[in-house]
Design a protein around this ligand. Structure first.
Ligand code: URA
Length: 459
């Protein structure tokens, strides 16, 4: 309320603020008299409530900075590319994840009532959250376990419920001794729902990260069950003869190809493209017919980035030559842009799909695959040095910026990037192909075309 700009404020948490006690309050700048009325939009309050739970000590400074900036720029929170907004959203997201994990991994142990005593059943649990989420999650447990008394102890505070009052305390709680036969119950339950044929270790580890294992009685079964499941799957694979893929000869050809021309000079786009032909950085290459590298002038001012080659592109070895490419070409033509002035490429250079009968069904590349393939995209960016980059779809946006926000938040506006480059985001043409409602499809195609009209102006 005294209008102090963020850079003049140093934030400390109580743990490290000892030296501040005894600080002379009178030296603090006083708010204007009468103090200004401060109002702020509800979306900031919601965001701040989540961010404040994070254990990052910079959260107060970040929120104050955001709040301060909000007074001058009311639409700030909608600017997903803003550094502070993105950082706050990221913190809120990890608080959300921690919240979810706590609701899933708290294991209550019953504390038996004293002999002859009657009353509500009592339970205790120990959990180790990453963030200060106990107060935030407590109402969830109150709703869920309303007919029992419980205490959840954590190193970041505790919560308890006795049927009347939900109490939350910020003090670190001591770890209770919780060994008892309920562990066996959990283990039996977990073993009985475990299906080795459905085992996806990566997904399981993402859902139930190792750090939670020590407080989950069932977790000690996991390594054994994984080992056994792998053995079972291997055995099944050995027994099952599989047919070669109908286009396997193309894979063989690509692998055996001996260059007939002299190798291109090192450090050129042609050399990188040649090297990418034998890329095995991720598993997608196993199924794809060939690497589909970017194409276009090596000094193009504009680079267009899609997601990954589709069925047609995989067979042709060129980007955007299938149905999505047709939509893309039409938009370019209407905007008056010649495709051969652009460098057109994809975030991922191999076609990822699932064989279904004779069809190959497109599968979205995961973030790990996109990160692996970024190795090629970065080299393309470095060598082509485009001034304007068009990201078509969320995968391209992520590959180029690491951002995972809604396209709607960043679409159709030029965004300044490092080295004076400009980024322009639009939807992926395959999204347009998937729209069922005809009216909506028409509208969305028109918007896509308008985006390319904007691209033309930017060019
Ligand atoms: N979709 C893409 O993202 N890229 C292509 O090359 C084709 C379809």
């Amino acid at each position: 309320m005294a209008g102090i700009t963020p850079e003049f404020i140093e934030w400390r948490t109580m743990d490290d603020a000892d030296g501040l006690f005894g600080f002379d309050d009178n030296r603090l700048p006083q708010p204007a008299n009468p103090p200004p009325k401060i109002s702020v939009q509800p979306s900031f309050i919601r965001l701040a409530e989540a961010v404040l739970c994070h254990s990052d000590p910079t959260r107060f400074a970040l929120l104050y900075r955001l709040l301060f900036r909000l007074f001058h720029s009311h639409g700030l929170l909608n600017m997903a590319t803003d550094r502070d907004v993105a950082a706050a959203r990221q913190l809120a997201k990890s608080v959300g994840r921690d919240y979810h994990k706590m609701t899933a991994f708290v294991r209550f142990k019953e504390i038996p009532l004293a002999e002859g005593k009657v009353g509500r059943r009592r339970f205790v649990a120990w959990f180790e959250p990453d963030h200060f989420i106990v107060a935030r999650v407590a109402p969830f447990f109150q709703r869920r376990f309303t007919d029992m008394d419980w205490l959840i102890a954590t190193p970041k505070g505790s919560a308890s419920w006795d049927g009347d009052e939900l109490k939350v305390n910020d003090d670190p709680a001591p770890r209770p001794d919780l060994r008892d036969e309920i562990d066996d119950l959990w283990r039996t339950y977990y073993a009985s729902i475990f299906n080795p044929a459905r085992l996806k270790v990566k997904m399981m580890m993402a859902e139930m990260p190792k750090k939670y294992w020590k407080n989950l009685p069932e977790a000690e079964l996991i390594p054994g069950m994984i080992a056994k499941a792998e053995a079972d799957v291997l055995e099944m694979a050995v027994k099952q003869a599989s047919e070669p893929l109908p286009f396997h000869h193309r894979i063989q050809e690509a692998a055996a190809r001996v260059p007939t021309q002299p190798l291109p000079a090192v450090g050129t786009l042609a050399a990188v493209s040649e090297a990418a032909r034998s890329c095995t950085r991720c598993d997608i290459h196993c199924l794809a017919t060939q690497t589909v590298f970017g194409e276009g002038p090596a000094n193009a001012d504009v680079m267009v980035v899609g997601e990954q080659p589709g069925d047609h592109e995989d067979l042709a070895g060129r980007p955007f030559v299938g149905p999505a490419g047709t939509l893309f070409d039409e938009a370019l033509k209407l905007a008056g842009i010649e495709r051969d002035r652009l460098y057109v490429t994809n975030a991922v250079k191999h076609f990822k799909y699932q064989p279904r009968g004779k069809r190959r069904i497109h599968q979205k590349p995961n973030m790990g695959e996109v990160r692996q393939c970024r190795w090629w995209l970065r080299q393309e960016l470095e060598l082509v040095k485009p001034k304007l980059i068009i990201a078509m779809g969320a995968t391209a946006l992520f590959a180029l910026t690491d951002m995972r926000q809604k396209l709607a938040d960043v679409r159709s506006e030029p965004i300044a990037m490092e080295e004076g480059k400009t980024l322009f985001v639009t939807v992926h043409p395959s999204y347009l192909l998937r729209i069922v409602d005809e009216d909506l499809k028409e509208k969305e195609i028109a918007r896509f075309r308008e985006d390319f009209a904007s691209v033309k102006r930017l060019m």
